[in-house]
Design a protein around this ligand. Structure first.
Ligand code: HEC
Ligand code: HEC
Length: 326
């Protein structure tokens, strides 16, 4: 018996030592760096159609995190990130050659947007990766970044560097990792299928699943539908008033989902205009998306009907969180 205890004790202290060692390693190394990648050689032609489409995607994605009060992409403090993860700032992605991305090639940008890795092998945590965006849409984003539109014109303002917490650093050794660059072309979804368009718009363009699933970090970005609690909501975020705000359950669960509350038209109005059927306003960080077409948002509604239902009572969860804070 004593021997067993001794061995267990030894094993346990071994595990503790390993853990301490790992934590010390994480603290010392910070965010891991990868081998400098071979970036694709792509030159994106800047057609007006691409710039227009790129602007739609940029307004949903890039502007949300990179645009300052003056609407330029100078980088900013990301206030909606819970303090547990540290103080996070995005970067200047204007055409400025010093502070912005003026020196990046089109291929470097596309590689980075797909994988999260820069040409020198450094990895950008928090910056989303876009593994499922169609090649053509990604090119549109690049065309827009190079365009004559106001937000991307060179400015040398910049945000301070991010101060990642230990938790965030630890995450970059576990859950937050680069995504492999795709080996095959990524095409648009079947344009005749509303459901395919809905999934693409929700998961690849709107990133709706990233906020409306079960966990902010433990997500499958490549196979989004495998994400834990997919569209069941319940992620706690920080609202504009600094108070916690919980994301909605967008599945069609009869009791706790949004289905019983919305018609398709009401859903389109809520997502594009930010107003619920009862007239209440959707709060930040749920940003209205007027740049999406009725067809695209209607398609999201149709797609959500096909997503496995999840019972998750957000109103209850929200009330519990408020109570715990008091
Ligand atoms: C959820 C917030 C968020 C969104 C959305 C976002 N970014 Fe970022 N981005 C960041 C953060 C944070 C960093 C800095 C990461 C770091 O410190 O390494 C960053 C870094 C970058 C960089 C690297 C800049 C440099 O100098 O190293 C580029 C390029 C970039 N983003 C482009 C984009 C584009 C284009 C889009 C839209 C398709 C976009 N980002 C959307 C948060 C975001
Ligand atoms: C940055 C995170 C984030 C993203 C991205 C996001 N949402 Fe939300 N969403 C929220 C939050 C938080 C709420 C709760 C808002 C509130 O309670 O006022 C919400 C609420 C909603 C609601 C209202 C549900 C209700 O309570 O009646 C709908 C509908 C919705 N989101 C749809 C979408 C769709 C569709 C997309 C993608 C196009 C999307 N959301 C993207 C965070 C997000």
């Amino acid at each position: 018996m004593k021997k067993v205890m001794k061995i267990t004790g030894l094993v346990l202290s071994g595990v503790v030592l390993l853990l301490v060692g790992f934590c010390a390693y994480v603290a010392a190394v910070g965010v891991p760096t990868y081998d400098p990648p071979v970036v694709p050689r792509i030159t994106v032609e800047r057609t007006p159609a691409r710039i227009t489409r790129g602007e739609v995607i940029a307004q949903i994605q890039c502007m949300e995190c990179h645009a300052n009060n003056d609407n330029r992409l100078t980088g900013k403090y990301l206030a909606e990130v819970p303090p547990l993860f540290g103080k996070l700032y995005s970067k200047n992605i204007t055409q400025d050659v010093e502070k912005g991305i003026g020196k990046w090639t089109d291929g470097e940008l596309i590689y980075f947007l797909r994988t999260g890795v820069r040409k020198d092998g450094t990895y950008a945590p928090v910056m989303p990766q876009y593994p499922n965006m169609a090649d053509e849409d990604l090119k549109s984003v690049v065309a827009w970044l190079r365009s004559d539109r106001f937000p991307v014109q060179a400015t040398n303002q910049e945000a301070p560097p991010s101060e990642l917490s230990f938790v965030s650093k630890l995450l970059t050794h576990t859950l937050m990792k680069p995504i492999a660059y795709p080996e095959q072309a990524i095409r648009f979804p079947d344009s005749t299928s509303q459901i395919a368009l809905g999934k693409y718009t929700a998961d690849a363009i709107g990133d709706c699943f990233a906020c409306h699933s079960g966990d902010m970090l433990d997500q499958d970005k490549s196979h989004t539908e495998r994400t834990k609690g997919y569209y069941g909501g319940g992620i706690e975020m920080v609202g504009e008033d600094g108070k916690p705000i919980v994301t909605a359950n967008l599945t069609f669960d009869e009791e706790t989902g949004i289905a019983r509350k919305y018609t398709k038209e009401q859903f389109i109005r809520a997502v594009k205009g930010g107003v619920r059927p009862d007239g209440s306003i959707l709060r930040s960080p749920m940003a209205p998306k007027p740049m999406l077409s009725d067809r695209e948002v209607g398609a999201i509604f149709e797609y959500l009907k096909t997503v496995p239902k999840i019972r998750n009572d957000i109103a209850k969860k929200s009330a519990e969180i408020q109570l715990a804070r008091k």
